[in-house]
Ligand binder design. Structure first.
Ligand SMILES: *Cc1c(COP(=O)(O)O)cnc(C)c1O
Length: 400
């Protein structure tokens, strides 16, 4: 058997040489809802684009290869990927989820719980013993996000995989923060991997999309059935854009990781910053584990501003290169306040339990020249410095 291609090569070639009609080198966008039958008794390879489309399929094949899974289904958003996986579980199933999961995932799980479809336990999976204690006879799946959002806690994938391997419980990983190039959850026994392709995989902040990758062919069939039945599948043009974005993923990630470490070290040495959350820092609690199960630390950096000496709102409004916006993983750098932006959909109680206070700032470090990023943060932090310390902050605050 031929040696498997390196991801960089696989992605460069992805989708090429598929056009039998004109030999186009780039993948065509098959912008057609329907496909012709040659005869009434002969079903064509594709019949209707909700069920299957060649452009989407090229992306699905590529993402499955990258993750090392049997197959994938691309859907209209990361949340559609979450919903597609959750649709696989019968009413009454119990799901265990990282307590600091993506805000939209927590919102969907809470809604399903209120409707009586699923029951959910939110658990700090970084602490040994917590997972075992949460397992019930009706537990059907464990939902892991590592590094978590926004505090970048690291969960031991091998330990979760060992446990779910012994029990009949699915192991699901939201791998959005790292991409398949920096973390390979199937190697640790995961059954399903989801991504918001909106983030690093597309990488250009111009598509909202998602994917479910399955380890087994049976898993792929179940996920495809769910996505086709609910109509969640992705459209051809967006699939084409994500495949195009993917071609530069290895180059982009290299720069994201390099820049993020420099930004994290800069913040760590800044007097207005209380704490920096970046798994690449030796001071990060999950550093050793991240080194073991990841092949890079990623482009996300969070930090806690010292509220006594700095005004967070001023900082958020003062950056010029870091754009004030939610989302992450695009080529451009972003800054945001999780408590009021990306995690606003989370119940306040859940948010505080996960340690997401109003002083936490999250950065998606882009691929700009890192010196420009550091100057931008330096100047913005200077503007955010309080001349008289905020000693009683929080006491007279008006609650909206
Ligand atoms: C953005 C995100 C999602 C949801 O994806 P959308 O494409 O916005 O629907 C899910 N999980 C994580 C970790 C995310 O960052």
């Amino acid at each position: 058997m031929a040696t498997p291609l390196h991801p960089q090569t696989l992605l460069t070639l992805a989708g090429q040489h598929t056009d039998g009609a004109y030999n186009s080198v780039a993948l065509p966008i098959y912008q057609s809802a329907i496909f012709r039958f040659d005869s009434p008794d002969e079903k064509p390879g594709y019949d209707y684009s909700r069920s299957g489309n060649p452009t989407r399929e090229a992306l699905e094949t590529t993402l499955a290869q990258l993750e090392g899974g049997a197959g994938a289904v691309c859907v209209g958003s990361g949340m559609a990927a979450v919903a597609t996986v959750l649709a696989l579980y019968d009413a009454g199933s119990h799901i265990i989820c990282s307590h600091d999961c993506y805000g939209g995932t927590e919102r969907l799980l809470t809604w399903y719980e209120r409707q009586g479809k699923l029951s959910v336990s939110y658990v700090d999976l970084t602490l040994k013993g917590n997972l075992e204690a949460a397992i019930r006879p009706e537990t059907k799946a464990i939902w892991v996000e590592t590094p978590s959002n926004p505090l970048l806690r690291i969960t031991d994938l091998e330990a979760v995989g060992e446990l779910t391997g012994q029990l009949d419980i699915d192991f699901i990983v939201d791998n959005t923060f790292l991409s398949p190039l920096l973390q390979q959850p199937f190697q640790f026994g995961a059954d399903f991997i989801i991504h918001s392709t909106t983030k690093y995989l597309n990488g250009h902040s111009d598509v909202v999309g998602g994917v479910v990758v399955a380890r087994t062919e049976e898993g792929r069939e179940r996920a495809h059935f769910a996505a086709n039945s609910t109509g969640a599948t992705a459209v051809p043009f967006d699939s084409w854009l994500v495949l195009r974005g993917l071609k530069t993923l290895p180059l982009r990630l290299k720069q994201h990781c390099e820049n993020a470490l420099i930004v994290a070290r800069f913040l760590e040495s800044h007097d207005l910053v209380k704490k920096v959350f970046y798994p690449g820092l030796e001071t990060h609690e999950g550093h050793e584990l991240a080194k073991k199960q990841q092949s890079g630390f990623g482009g996300m950096v969070s930090f806690e501003l010292d509220e006594r000496v700095a005004e967070i709102k001023t900082l958020l409004g003062a950056t010029k290169i870091f754009t004030l916006a939610e989302s992450l993983g695009g080529v451009e750098s972003l800054i945001e306040q999780p408590a009021t932006m990306s995690h606003a959909s989370m119940r306040e109680e859940a948010r505080l339990e996960a340690g997401i206070t109003e002083n936490v700032v999250r950065l998606s470090v882009g691929i700009e020249h890192v010196s420009d990023l550091i100057s931008d943060l330096e100047e913005a932090l200077d503007k955010a410095r309080c001349l008289t310390p905020n000693r009683v902050r929080g006491l007279n605050r008006v609650h909206a």
